[in-house]
Design a protein around this ligand. Structure first.
Ligand code: BES
Ligand code: MN
Ligand code: MN
Length: 453
């Protein structure tokens, strides 16, 4: 066993307790009411960084602070920048949690809490790996920088400006991110592709107030009816997006990539079963993995209008609202897609209503290189920590800041998956396998050691 492994092993209990303390803070970035908790979480992360052996400080932004830490080695040493996020998604729907989402609970080797996998458990694992690396040698020959932000789940609105402003502070040779997952249990993965994201909220407004659906029905366009028709026009059968121009810049999958996807040990029936649908769905001519990773999507994330409480209420609602996400693939351009979609929604709306479109997010898709010295070092580190080499995967999720690192600092990111695809990120009963936290720490420690060699 290497010193890093021994270090991690001997501190398992402490690691777990420290992680739990971070998980107890409800750092929900989207809720204004949680501003204090956000700051409290940032301060705790800063303290953890200090204990790790990094010099740390809080970097203020317009909204939620980021936390920065570093330990600089001698000149000429390679520099690794580690990125993670301490903010989490809202725990809703609360009723479906088996434990308090902010009281981390251990059960059969799993740790349940909001943020356990996305991303507190994962960035914390990397931090512990850095600690193991720094504490098992006299003079480390790799510089380590860490930035943990608090706005990832709201699209990282402040981070690009922060990166630009702190260009010198954040300069490095590579970024390491653990904010995805292994391909399957005990099959680690390096992610080389992420989808882009356009998130739009469309509001259809009709009468200035709710109306009696009998007294006024038939004389006024019902915003809910109108919105339903507008949304139906956006999509054809099998989820194919019907907005003109939507597919114009979509890069086709190449044969080698389709072959690689097909070789992965993916069991469609298990996937279906785990999700609980009667049958899978998707664009014709593509496999499930291709649809997930390499085809753009259009999804309603929320719909609201009128009365949705218990029982019936006869009402003709004054307005109707839809929250729409579109996941983009290379080479779709988010601002072009925003334009296409909003123009289309307006064009299919009748003149009996007013339509407003608000863009919440617009981020580009990412493809990263699958070779080079850093990727090779990561492959070796995975082999040491997980006992086998990682597979290369793409993902359907988005991490907007990966683009900012590329564009503002010219830095490639290495996306290392520590969690599992069924950790239930963003869902009730989110969890992480405790063993994966320790293996993630060994992974990071081994990666840094590999760069020293
Ligand atoms: N960690 C996820 C992104 C992710 C998901 C990567 C699945 C790989 C696999 C991240 O925290 C996330 O949820 N991102 C948001 C971005 C958005 C709020 C701008 C997403 O993808 O919805
Ligand atoms: Mn995340
Ligand atoms: Mn997330």
């Amino acid at each position: 066993m290497s010193q890093v492994e021994e270090y991690v092993k001997s501190r398992r209990k402490k690691t777990l307790e420290e992680l739990k303390e971070i998980l107890r803070i409800p750092s929900v970035s989207t809720l204004e009411s949680h501003r204090k908790e956000m700051l409290r979480c940032a301060q705790l992360v800063a303290r953890r960084m200090k204990e790790t052996g990094l010099q740390s400080r809080i970097l203020r932004t317009d909204r939620h602070p980021a936390v920065y830490g570093e330990r600089i080695a001698g000149s000429g040493s390679p520099t690794v920048l580690v990125y993670g996020h301490y903010d989490v998604q809202p725990p809703d729907p609360l009723g479906l949690w088996r434990h308090d989402p902010f009281e981390p609970t251990e059960e059969e080797g799993l740790l349940y809490a909001r943020g356990a996998s996305d991303d507190k458990g994962q960035f914390f694992a990397l931090l512990k790996g850095i600690e193991a690396f720094l504490n098992t040698r006299e003079g480390p020959r790799v510089s380590v920088k860490v930035i943990v932000e608090g706005e990832e789940e709201i699209g990282s609105p402040s981070l690009r400006a922060l990166i630009r402003q702190e260009r010198a502070l954040l300069s490095a040779d590579v970024v390491v991110v653990a904010d995805g997952s292994q391909f399957a249990r005990d099959l680690p993965a390096i992610t080389y592709g992420l989808k882009g994201l356009v998130f739009i909220e469309a509001t259809v407004r009709g009468p200035s107030k709710d109306l009696h659906s009998g007294a006024y029905g038939g004389t006024v366009a019902n915003p809910a009816n109108v919105l339903a028709r507008m949304l139906a026009a956006c999509q054809g059968p099998f989820g194919r997006v019907a907005i003109p121009g939507f597919y114009d810049d979509v890069r086709s999958l190449e044969a080698w990539e389709r072959e690689e996807f097909a070789k992965l040990p993916f069991r469609e029936e298990e996937y279906r079963e785990e999700i609980g649908v009667p049958k899978l769905f998707g664009e014709e001519g593509f496999t499930t993995i291709e649809r997930k990773w390499a085809r753009p999507t259009f999804d309603l994330n929320g719909l609201s209008s009128g009365f949705s409480g218990e029982g019936a209420k006869t009402v003709l609602p004054a307005e109707a609202r839809a929250k729409i996400s579109m996941r983009l693939v290379p080479d779709q351009d988010p601002s072009k897609i925003v334009r296409l979609v909003t123009d289309f929604l307006r064009s299919v709306a009748p003149d009996t209503v007013r339509v407003d479109c608000l863009t919440h997010h617009a981020s580009k898709p990412v493809l990263l290189s699958r070779d080079g010295a850093h990727v090779r070092a990561a492959v070796r580190a995975f082999a040491r920590a997980f006992g086998r080499e990682p597979v290369f995967v793409r993902e359907g999720g988005s991490i907007p800041v990966v683009n900012a690192f590329q564009e503002e600092l010219g830095l490639e990111s290495l996306l290392l998956g520590i969690g599992l695809p069924d950790d239930d990120a963003h869902a009730p009963n989110e969890k992480i396998r405790i063993e994966d936290v320790y293996r993630g720490a060994v992974l990071m420690g081994a990666f840094l050691e590999g760069l020293e060699a």
